[in-house]
Design a protein around this ligand. Structure first.
Ligand code: SF4
Length: 340
């Protein structure tokens, strides 16, 4: 089996080069060829001798995700369907604004957590993505849109904290100044509230942002939306988040999908403000995006405004997330693994 250099961080590539008796500066050179110049063929590496190139080409793989489909929404959001070597597919979304070029990246094929407001949750779990399959989503999109990606949100298909080892290695690759050089503070991991993963993330030295998909302010309601709440209830989750904050000192973002008649009342707003009051945080309100026939509906614009008006004076910081790409199934909760 060929060795996949795109699964390696710069440190691992240095070890690989040492094992191949290559000069130590070669690792940096190779890393730049792979992640900056985006080569997929060892024969293109002109800084290596012809003999070296031919010898390595037979043993080394530099795979790329296959672009199967690109859909563009009127607001210029792009949704990519990528093919993986084993025939599975994943989706990524590119969200451009004047100030930022953001990509929402998948971390697993499917998801085991089965949140009831999410299309991915309906398709079930197939497997974790490998390191290169996570990082290459950013590389492929950057080369297609020909714009530098400024922000990465790990909020696509899958639960990142259930694939933390590969996710952290992919983040190191994205963050490396010899590669795509995306600042750690511009990278956000979004979790449904996996407590062991939050604890493990708090031990990592890299300063990424943490977002928590909250969606309800009582265990009863959260369990209806997110079965994982039965394992990691709100009390335990907030204890873990307080510990996380005391170690990292970084404000946490809470995502709150607003659903008509379910979690959009004044008492929901009061409870939400109350459970988040002890943690420095920001609350993102995301009006529910349709995922086809089902019991959940998006509140009307008047109700969304009212909810924000109830919440804003009593919570720390509140913002309304304008979902982009809903017409192409690229908004929050709408991604899924599928065939083109
Ligand atoms: S919302 Fe996130 S954690 Fe929940 S099913 Fe969808 S992808 Fe999985």
């Amino acid at each position: 089996m060929k060795v996949n250099l795109k699964n390696m961080t710069i440190e691992e590539l240095k070890q690989f080069c040492a094992g191949e008796s290559m000069e130590s500066y070669r690792a940096l050179q190779l890393y730049r060829w792979i992640w900056k110049k985006d080569i997929d063929n060892f024969l293109d590496i002109t800084t290596l001798s012809k003999k070296q190139r031919e010898e390595l080409e037979s043993r080394i793989a530099l795979p790329r995700l296959k672009v199967l489909e690109v859909l563009q929404a009127r607001d210029k959001t792009l949704k990519f369907l990528f093919g993986l070597p084993d025939g599975n597919t994943i989706e990524s979304v590119f969200i451009p604004t004047k100030r930022r070029k953001t990509i929402c990246v998948s971390t697993q094929v499917g998801c085991s957590l089965r949140c009831s407001f999410c299309m991915t949750g309906k398709t079930g779990f197939t497997r974790d993505l490998s390191v290169w399959e996570i990082a290459d989503q950013v590389r492929r999109v950057e080369s297609i849109v020909e714009k530098r990606i400024s922000n990465v949100v790990l909020m696509g298909i899958g639960e990142p904290l259930l694939n933390l080892k590969n996710v952290m290695k992919a983040i190191k690759i994205l963050n490396c100044e010899n590669g795509m050089n995306i600042g750690a503070r511009k990278i956000t991991i979004s979790t449904a509230g996996i407590i062991p993963g939050i604890i493990a993330l708090s031990q990592e030295s890299i300063q990424v942002k943490l977002a928590v998909s909250l969606n309800a302010a009582t265990d009863r309601k959260r369990e209806i939306l997110m079965p994982i709440n039965r394992k990691y209830n709100l009390g335990r989750l907030f204890e873990a988040l307080e510990d996380y904050y005391s170690l990292k000192g970084k404000r946490i973002t809470f995502e709150y999908v607003l659903i008509k008649g379910f979690n959009d009342s004044i008492s929901d707003a009061k409870r939400l403000a109350s459970i988040t009051e002890n943690i420095p945080c920001k609350i993102n309100i995301i009006p529910f995006n349709s995922i086809g026939p089902g019991k959940f509906k998006r509140p009307d614009p008047e109700r969304i405004k009212k909810f924000i008006n109830w919440l804003s004076p009593i919570a720390q910081a509140v913002s309304l997330r304008v979902s982009r790409g809903s017409a192409i199934g690229g908004a929050c909760g709408q991604l899924r693994a599928r065939k083109p």
